[in-house]
Design a binder for this molecule. Sequence first.
Ligand SMILES: Nc1nc2c(ncn2[C@@H]2O[C@H](COP(=O)(O)OP(=O)(O)OP(=O)(O)O)[C@@H](O)[C@H]2O)c(=O)[nH]1
Ligand SMILES: [Mg+2]
Length: 479
Amino acid sequence: MTTFVDRVELHVAAGNGGHGCASVHREKFKPLGGPDGGNGGRGGDVTLVVDQSVTTLLDYHHSPHRKATNGQPGAGDHRSGKDGQDLILPVPDGTVVLDKQGNVLADLVGEGTTYIAGQGGRGGLGNAALASARRKAPGFALLGVPGESADIVLELKTVADVALVGYPSAGKSSLISVLSAAKPKIADYPFTTLVPNLGVVTAGATVYTIADVPGLIPGASQGKGLGLEFLRHVERCSVLVHVLDTATLESDRDPVSDLDIIEEELKQYGGLDDRPRIVVLNKIDIPDGQDLADMIRPDLEARGYQVFEVSAVARTGLKELSFALAGIVAEARAAKPKEEATRIVIRPKAVDDAGFTVTFDEANEVYRVRGEKPERWIRQTDFNNDEAVGYLADRLNRLGVEDALMKAGARSGDGVAIGPEENAVVFDWEPTMMAGAEMLGRRGEDHRLEAPRPAAQRRRDRDAERDEAEQEFKEFGPF
Ligand SMILES: Nc1nc2c(ncn2[C@@H]2O[C@H](COP(=O)(O)OP(=O)(O)OP(=O)(O)O)[C@@H](O)[C@H]2O)c(=O)[nH]1
Ligand SMILES: [Mg+2]
């Protein structure tokens, strides 16, 4: 059996950033040549891109785990690690990206529309980049940041102008096959169509797309037959076409009650009330079919439907139908504001990346620090390296975390957690030690490298230190 997949769960992992390198330049007779450790490369992103040549999500059903490559670590002699490669995942036009709770993250319509599902981790700075006027020989480097991973759901909602709905075997696929160049499977048993078929119709100057959905039966909203599952494909269409079978052999059915039942199911599905509808009476090549059509036409017209009598097999009435549809489609398009052909979907950032918050977490009895920067800095820190830990303390200090903790009432020895509950770094707060470390010995300072500094020089160094954050920002983006 062919499987059609229009909903998949996808697990993406962006590449990790490469670690920065801590290295000292070595040359004969120059024992202290200065730091020359290069930066780690950026991890690759995982990006979804609409590609019109892709029509199903089947690939992702078969391999739902996708990972971009990691950034390479930096090396000595100022060699930067290579960036990881972005992983581009082509998806069909009309793919909707949801989180596991069902919230829509992005709606990808239009060739080239892009969504970054997982952002690659930033590479760690090497010790050469961390060197500054006051920290001439850092004996540490920053770690690369792990790439984002995400569990997302992809749902396909076919982008078609016209959707054909109706009972199984009413002739929906047959109609597509004669109105367009598409060649869907047609057969005389119900549920031939398991996948929506898509065709392109040209009527005069108007070109539009037409799709069918698997047949509906009474109780589809309760999951009978193939259920209403596939109606998501008609959500984007601007016209609904009821395809009614005038020659069904089932004694308990007739086109009008078929129409009522399908309408009831559409109502159950919801959200389609505003779509204009027309009625197609199919199979009028069969004599009984024509008689029945003549009989019910006034009733349908009295209900306000525009009615077309066609035969997909004898190919009658098709031109009128396709031009009428073109007219409705053109009208709908004119009423809709023009969308740009290509959109880049940018995800809103979850956290304010400028600041941080300090709250007392009663359950865990810790002061909790949350914020994009402090949380990233934690991940960038090699906790086995005292100097790196000291640098972290400096950074937190500079951001004002220390002050904020003080204001929040934290005292020496209190627990401080940086990060979310499930993934935080917890330590005992030692404000005097942090501040003291800052005052007593400047971290990364190698006294063999410098003579005592005059007051003016010290002032300059202090200014340089203050500018450090800005420097890093300029070179490497917000740190
Ligand atoms: N005589 C006659 N038979 C038709 C006509 N249109 C379709 N059929 C026949 O009806 C049967 C069902 O046609 P399909 O196009 O597969 O019907 P469908 O609505 O797509 O059915 P599902 O995919 O099962 O929902 C096939 O045997 C067709 O040959 C028509 O205009 N006249
Ligand atoms: Mg079909």
